[in-house]
Design a protein around this ligand. Sequence first.
Ligand SMILES: Nc1nc2c(c(=O)[nH]1)N[C@H]1C(S)=C(S)[C@@H](COP(=O)(O)O)O[C@H]1N2
Ligand SMILES: [Mo]
Length: 316
Amino acid sequence: MAILIRKKPGIKSSEITPKSVYLDRRKFMKHSLATSVLLATDAMLPAWAKKWPDLADSKYSTKDTPSTFEEITTYNNFYEFGTGKEDPAKNAVNFDAKPWSITVEGECSKPGTFDLEDFIQPYALQDYIYRLRCVEGWSMVIPWVGFSLADMLKTFEPNSKAKYVEFTTLYDKSRMPGQKRRVLNWPYVEGLRIDEAMNELPIMAVGLYGDMLPNQNGAPIRLVVPWKYGFKSIKSIVKIRFTETQPKTTWNEAAPKEYGFYSNVNPDVDHPRWSQKKERRIGEPFWKPKIDTVLFNGYGDQVAHLYQGMDLVKNF
Ligand SMILES: Nc1nc2c(c(=O)[nH]1)N[C@H]1C(S)=C(S)[C@@H](COP(=O)(O)O)O[C@H]1N2
Ligand SMILES: [Mo]
């Protein structure tokens, strides 16, 4: 992220992945021994993951060409595993996301602590191909496997005091070595207004490219909010809390003038230190011109109404 700029690693111009190749690739990945080091084999997959190759595509999926698996899994922001783009892929190799439980608490009538499998079991998984726009000025297109955040939140019956939802990442220095350095105020916390959280777009992602979520992308479960800058999409979630007051979010606390609570993708609101008008799609060759960043990352039809009458310059 922006505060700790390191040297920019050279981005390899990788092959693009047309949809047909992508679909083949998902089948391939489920059955290839060659990839079994990185990806779960069928035998390792929990029951809820076995039918993933046949999932339906969300009606909200973009037609943009997905970034390659390599791009999505080697160019990451996940400070719990280091601040360099290539650190998470290296440093999260041995992260063990099992067993995993999630605590739901705060302003709701059905709080509790759940094993990951029980937690996921009630929800309908789908493929969601979403654009991700990082506040740093790059973007990707990621084929997630996930389920509706709204469906999930409703299960816990939030009450009328639940105005916001707060999400927290695991805090365990022995498993997340980047937490030994105080580059951020651990644990990583993010939040949404309840109506944003109840919108049809956000998902809880548990996989990508038809397989289980790689560690560097936030295993075993992370949030994806496609109209906001990438840092709102918090990884490796262990706690969800319904609150009456606006949650204190990690990047907002670290640099309140640079990272607002809302952090909607907006080409007309510059970051104090750089323009947000354009973005570089990871994988595009360097000589290609950057592409225009679009308000709400192009998801305005679904979310613009949430901000009617709000000053998006003040509420950045
Ligand atoms: N816990 C945690 N979640 C995080 C981050 C992080 O450092 N820690 N980085 C964020 C940022 S800045 C981005 S752009 C996205 C990147 O997600 P990806 O690596 O799956 O593309 O994760 C977000 N979620
Ligand atoms: Mo980001």
